[in-house]
Design a protein around this ligand. Structure first.
Ligand SMILES: Nc1ncnc2c1ncn2[C@@H]1O[C@H](COP(=O)(O)OP(=O)(O)OP(=O)(O)O)[C@@H](O)[C@H]1O
Length: 366
């Protein structure tokens, strides 16, 4: 299903939950809506489902208007599946009855599936690896198994759009990783358009084709996970996704002089104009390297955290603390003086070409 959101605004009294959101979703895409608590993610999903109408703007699905201030097509008249954080299974139905239910009652079940409801139920049970639990009741299932049933139920009737609201947030860390994989596999298998709400950046980066990053009801940036991570367009995106250090300094002839030190020059090919105008370079913790001596900025190790593959250092440079990931084993101790440099490969990044992203080369004049 293709979706177009145009100037979508939603106000609850004086609260603007969404402010003029424009976005498009292509058929079969996996879109993550990412942002902190209260930024309007659930409101956007509820508008897409048809539970709410916009105060301004409109939503089109496959070129048909489905939501506008004066009218909205309700959820039961849209061909969508939904998965929530709370699973929302019916307590009195077995696993296979939960999956069969939409096949019996959903308005949009394709006739090819209606004719083979039992076979389709078994097929979907297999898809989520629950064939041997078909007769179990919800209280006899683990959290991960319940979430699989919820997923199976949502995709059974082959919806054109699958909406998921923080579906993994009540699962433990290991199960979350497993279910991410499961959801990706189901998406590949069904080719359904997915809109997935999360506040977890690693979930969005790992699963989505494109991410819509939101803040205070507005879209901050839309792009592929790689673009969002490597080429943030605003301070919020840089710090919310991947915890970039926002290094102050000045740009001269496409070269950045951190902390106003014109003896140190950093070249990073692609930095958004937003940062260049503000005299800032966003640098990911892994884009820095630490040395005992060299042509960089001098700092002092404030804290060291062993993380397995990397060591996370907090380095005090001037009055700012920067986060630096350095491959383990750690070579630097708390209190030690170090030199912070931009890792070599950062200046050799290939030119990025994604059409909708407004990225310029730092070698162009500003
Ligand atoms: N029915 C409502 N009435 C009044 N205000 C609401 C209503 N629903 C949402 N809001 C407000 O709109 C804003 C966005 O809420 P929303 O639930 O969409 O955020 P969210 O990003 O999904 O947050 P979370 O991650 O905490 O679920 C919040 O300030 C919220 O308090």
């Amino acid at each position: 299903m293709n979706i177009q959101l145009s100037g979508v605004t939603k106000e609850f009294g004086k609260t603007a939950a969404l402010s003029s959101v424009d976005a498009n979703v292509k058929d079969g895409e996996f879109i993550a809506i990412l942002g902190p608590s209260g930024c309007g993610k659930t409101t956007l999903l509820r508008l897409l489902a048809g539970f709410e109408s916009p105060t301004e703007g409109y939503i089109e699905m496959d070129d048909k208007q489905v939501a506008a201030p004066y009218g909205v097509i309700p959820p039961e008249k849209r061909n969508i599946g939904m998965v929530f954080q709370s699973f929302a299974l019916w307590p009195h139905l077995t696993v296979q009855e939960q999956i069969r239910f939409p096949l019996l009652h959903h308005k949009f079940v394709p006739s090819s599936i209606k004719k083979r409801k039992e076979a389709r139920t078994q097929e979907v049970l297999e898809l989520v690896n629950l064939t041997n639990m078909a007769e179990r009741m919800p209280h006899e299932l683990s959290g991960g198994q319940k979430q699989r049933v919820a997923l199976a139920r949502a995709v059974a009737a082959q919806p054109s759009l699958l909406l998921m609201d923080e579906p993994l947030s009540s699962l433990d860390a290991e199960l979350r990783m497993e279910m991410r994989h499961e959801i990706q596999r189901i998406h590949r298998h069904t080719q359904t358009t997915v809109i997935y709400v999360t506040h977890d950046q690693s979930e969005a980066l790992a699963m989505a084709d494109r991410i819509i990053v939101m803040k205070d009801g507005a879209v901050e940036q839309i792009g592929s996970p790689e673009t969002i991570y490597r080429f943030p367009q605003t301070e919020f995106v840089a710090s919310f996704v991947g915890k970039a250090n926002l290094v102050p300094g000045f740009w001269k002839k496409g070269v950045f002089h951190p902390n106003g030190n014109d003896m140190v020059a950093w070249e990073k090919r692609e930095v958004a104009p937003y940062f260049m105008k503000r005299g800032v370079m966003p640098v990911r913790p892994e884009e820095f390297c630490l040395k005992k001596a060299g042509n960089g900025l001098t700092g002092r190790v404030e804290n060291v955290q062993f993380q397995g593959r990397d060591v996370q250092y907090t380095i005090l440079v001037g009055k700012d603390c920067w986060t630096v990931y350095h491959p383990a084993p750690g070579e630097f101790r708390i209190g030690e003086q170090v030199v912070v440099e931009l890792a070599k490969e950062q200046s050799a990044l290939r030119t990025h070409t994604e059409g909708h992203d407004n990225i310029i080369s730092s070698t162009s004049s500003i």
